[in-house]
Design a protein around this ligand. Structure first.
Ligand code: ARG
Length: 458
């Protein structure tokens, strides 16, 4: 049913049906309903307090808005496309319900500052949820790190075996990334958490409003300082999607490793059946769908960032309708990040670690070659010469099809007379790992300390 337009006064022809649908945002901005109502209640209370509307009007408005909130939550509210967006759907319903008083709600306010307020309120709530999901994921990583504290694996560079490390050390690398992601979210929140209401359409309002009161009611520590900027700024949303893109990039790297580690060639980990699917033709298959999908979804979040940057590019001040296009990329980013984090937190907690397989791989690929070079340096050989010597030893082992551990002292001494009986103890996997004991290294004691540190929230 076509509704009377709230801005219909200057128009003589009705809006074309298709144009109406094309320009409406109610299909997606209805999810701002509770923020819109919260904002309107604070605004009405301020109008009453300032004597701009009567106390009776405030009471009617607040009561009416609460009823609307209930209706929306119970699914009995009828959203109308001809009322364009969530702001006008709620306001029109309010006026239907309570008459005159409802029509006074929009005094000293515009949809331009109203929508800016709603998005900020919404994003503020969602950032809090996202940081709590990040905490859950970090918790799962620490759980695996602790549970497998003695498990060794090969560390890679260029995806070639490089040096042995603790599996826990590898998990803690992701802890660092997700802690930085949390920091970026918290930093972005500072700029989200500023009240734009009071900017009016663009220049402020002629009514004696009290923006600080509204800020206080809604829990904003600050108010914006320029009305033009207040209604045309979406930096906070861009910052959020940028931080989300970096977060997804981290998840995609982790996904890639889990996919690789789950192959029959690696077999480092096994993902729980509930996070995988089978193949309709190949009976042996168990596919790592969840990490694959998260890796894929990274693309849509980057796409959302590009979309909003492009929407904002070259926009003249102040509000432009283009900015209605901010919502879908923003909402999609929030949904994608929350879903990915939640599923990862659960999947990592349930992941099974194949310690034997990792240990076996850790000893392959001459992973302790650097330790031999370091050993020679401790015996007084300059590092470059030591590197050359060990290169020759590795060549010898490849030709003889041997590992470094299998060489006899006599064989070692073919390459350097500095090598003594103590070489054998110096090149075990444990010795290699535990020798790297400076801050940030993979030594067992270091890793234990870092787990403690991360647990204590530092
Ligand atoms: N639905 C609009 C948006 O999302 C609300 C603001 C509209 N303002 C206007 N002057 N048309 O941006």
């Amino acid at each position: 049913m076509a509704q009377e337009k709230l801005w219909g006064g200057r128009f003589s022809q009705p809006t074309d049906k298709f144009v109406e649908e094309f320009t409406a945002s109610i299909q997606f901005d209805k999810r701002l309903y509770s923020q819109d109502i919260r904002g309107s209640i604070a605004h009405a209370e301020m109008l009453g307090r300032q004597g701009i509307i009567s106390a009776a009007d405030v009471e009617a408005i607040v009561g009416g808005l609460r009823e609307i909130l209930d209706q929306i939550e119970q699914g009995t509210f009828d959203f109308s496309v001809s009322l364009e967006d969530i702001h006008m759907n709620i306001e029109a319903r309010l006026s239907e319900k309570i008459g005159e008083a409802g029509k006074r709600l929009h005094t000293g306010r515009s949809r331009n500052d109203q929508v800016a307020l709603d998005i900020r309120l919404y994003l503020r709530d969602e950032i809090a949820e996202i940081t709590s999901y990040l905490d859950l994921l970090v918790d799962s990583l620490l759980f695996q790190a602790e549970k497998n504290i003695n498990v060794m694996m090969p560390g890679f560079t260029h995806l070639q075996t490089a040096q042995p490390i603790l599996f826990a050390h590898h998990m803690l690398a992701y802890v660092e990334m997700f802690k930085r992601d949390k920091g970026r979210m918290e930093d972005c929140l500072k700029r989200v958490n500023v009240l734009p209401l009071g900017a009016g359409a663009l220049a402020g309002t002629t009514f004696p409003i009290d923006r600080e009161f509204v800020a206080d009611r809604l829990g904003f520590p600050e108010v914006t300082r320029n009305s033009l900027d207040s209604v045309s700024d979406r930096d906070f949303a861009l910052e959020f999607i940028s931080a989300a893109s970096i977060l997804m990039m981290h998840l995609s790297r982790f996904s890639e490793e889990l996919i690789l580690w789950s192959t029959s060639e690696f077999r480092f980990v096994e993902l729980s059946d509930s996070f995988c699917t089978g193949s309709s033709i190949m009976p042996q298959k168990k596919n790592p769908d969840v990490p694959e999908l998260v890796r894929g979804k990274t693309g849509r979040v980057y796409g959302n960032l590009m979309a909003l940057l492009t929407v904002m590019k070259s926009l003249p001040l102040a509000y432009n309708k283009d900015m209605q296009e901010d919502k879908e990329p923003l909402f999609d980013t929030i949904d994608t990040v929350k879903g990915s984090l939640k599923i990862f937190a659960d999947m990592i907690r349930e992941m099974r670690v194949n310690a034997d397989r990792m240990l076996q791989a850790a000893g392959g690929g001459f992973s302790t070659a650097t330790d031999v070079a370091d050993y020679l340096v401790r015996k007084g050989v300059p590092f470059r010469d030591a590197h050359e010597v060990v290169g020759k030893v590795v060549r010898y082992c490849i030709d003889e099809d041997m590992t470094l551990e299998e060489l006899s002292l006599a064989e070692w001494q073919l390459f350097s007379m500095q090598i003594q009986e103590d070489i054998f103890a110096a090149i075990t996997l444990e010795a290699s790992v535990n020798a790297r004991s400076a801050t940030g290294g993979t030594a067992l004691e270091r890793v234990r300390q870092e787990i403690e540190r991360a647990r204590s929230g530092k």
